[in-house]
Design a protein around this ligand. Structure first.
Ligand code: OOG
Ligand code: NI
Length: 464
């Protein structure tokens, strides 16, 4: 019997992410323009900063940067979420983190499907921010029932995709022909549909309840609503967007500009108003429109420890008490100034961030450390002081709820701010998902610990 060779899940993810990018480029041409601009700015940043280039080369993450992107989808039912988890698992993507966005006026809770191992992340860090609509937060019961009935009728996965997901689960992988077919079938779920599932009247009612509800319930599938390339200089891309005919949102979300980037900074361009056909009760198609899909860019910085994250949240909060960014951009400069000032207590050198236990680092042996004999009982600080061990920031691979809410809001329109009672419900989410989400802090701490253990082991090996 010949043994079937399975395509590594990392390769399936790479194929899928490339296919998704190609599809989105044709569906939303401004995305292609933004990709070109980001590639240009990244090249400029690297040639102006040889030290950054060198560290990225050494930590093996230079190649992935131009390939790097995340997307987002919004699902309607627990069954869709559970199957989506199984679909992403075929590509080596697991749910990391729980995000409650109800506090920010968006009736969803979310997770991010992404690869977790170091090798997998290096190969291709593609991730998808995945939200589940919370109809329980909708007050109008009749409308809620109608929305539920509409969602129950749709099937967002092709029969071929479901068959291949089951096959991958049973066999433990997919061979090349199946993997190629899987990518094609899975992509169908994320495609844009210009024919709605609902009548113009129902669309209007869903829209009046919340624009996001209309976006989820009215369509055949959870169209990918943005794909986000990673840039090395988000301020430069933001400033140049208008030259390329793209209007950015008013302010960059997240921390201010810093020498040592932390967490995640994001900005986006507004959702397009797209023509949609709605089928009326008499069977005729009526022209209408819907705003759903937009573009976004991000700059990633160091992953913060719980202590660092608490400081980040505190300072961001403080800045928002001073100035809240207006959607029209009228106070953008004032907001940026307040944000920068609010963040002065957050140290801005890697040494200080490490010393204060605010961020996660990956440790490796220096040139000297690779040749030296070392007292391996020495503390990590001593090994660093002796220039045997060096440290690089671990990149934050996740998302930020306040920023995500800002991105949602800028695309829902200014009239969309709505109050919901804060009601995080991770248990319910995990029940619907059919799995627990990975705790992001535990994960980063594990990477850091493993790198320290590796250093110690190599120093022992040198000594022996
Ligand atoms: C998701 C918005 C969140 C991000 O980068 O924070 C997000 C959505 O609009 O569906 O993608
Ligand atoms: Ni995004």
């Amino acid at each position: 019997m010949t043994k079937t060779r399975f395509v590594p899940s990392d390769d399936i993810r790479s194929m899928f992410s490339a296919a998704m990018s190609a599809m989105y480029r044709t569906e939303v041409p401004a995305y292609g323009t933004l990709m070109d601009l980001v590639a240009k700015v990244n090249a400029e940043t690297l040639s102006a900063d040889p030290k950054l280039r060198e560290r990225l080369e050494d930590t093996d993450s230079l190649d992935r940067i131009t390939e790097e992107r995340h997307g987002a989808i919004r699902l309607g039912t627990p069954a869709e979420l559970a199957m989506m988890r199984r679909l992403f698992a075929v590509m080596g993507m697991v749910p990391v983190g729980y995000y409650d966005l109800s506090t920010a006026g968006v009736p969803v809770h979310s997770t991010a499907f992404r690869p977790v191992g170091e090798a997998s992340l290096k190969k291709n860090p593609f991730r998808v921010f995945t939200s589940l609509l919370r109809l329980d937060l909708i007050a109008d019961e009749a409308l809620r029932a109608e929305a539920e009935a509409t969602l129950a009728r749709r099937q967002i996965f092709t029969p071929g995709a479901v068959e291949l997901i089951e096959k991958a689960e049973q066999q433990g992988g997919l061979d090349r022909a199946d993997a190629l077919r899987f990518v094609t079938e899975a992509l169908e779920t994320f495609r844009w549909h210009d024919k709605a599932l609902v009548s113009p009247d129902m669309y209007a009612r869903l829209h009046a309840a919340h624009r996001l509800i209309a976006d989820v319930v009215s369509f055949k599938g959870p169209h990918i609503n943005h794909l986000t390339p990673r840039t090395l200089d988000i301020d430069l891309v933001q400033a140049r967007m208008p030259d390329y005919g793209i209007a950015p949102k008013a302010v960059v979300e997240g921390p201010p500009t810093r020498k040592c980037p932390i967490l995640l900074r994001q900005t986006s361009f507004k959702a397009l108003n797209e023509p949609v056909l709605f089928e009326d009760k008499d069977g005729t198609w009526k022209e209408g429109s819907h705003t759903a899909r937009f573009g976004e860019i991000e700059q990633r910085g160091i992953a913060l420890t719980p202590k660092g994250r608490a400081l980040y949240d505190e300072l961001l909060n403080a800045s928002r008490h001073l100035v809240r960014p207006a959607a029209d951009g009228s106070n953008a400069a004032e907001y940026e100034k307040a944000l920068a000032e609010a963040f002065t207590p957050f140290p801005d050198t890697w040494e200080a961030i490490r010393a204060e236990g605010l961020g996660y680092f990956a440790y490796s042996l220096t040139e000297k450390g690779r040749k030296a004999k070392a007292d391996t009982d020495a503390s990590l600080d001593a090994l660093i002081a002796e220039d045997l061990v060096q440290f690089d920031p671990i990149v934050y691979e996740d998302f930020l709820p306040v920023s995500a809410a800002g991105i949602f809001q800028s695309n829902l329109g200014d009239d969309a701010t709505q109050e919901f009672v804060a009601s995080p419900n991770q248990q319910r989410f995990e029940l619907d998902l059919g799995a627990k989400v990975l705790n992001e802090f535990d994960h980063y701490a594990g990477i850091e610990q493993a790198s320290i253990a590796d250093c110690r082991q190599m120093l022992t090996a040198i000594e022996a």
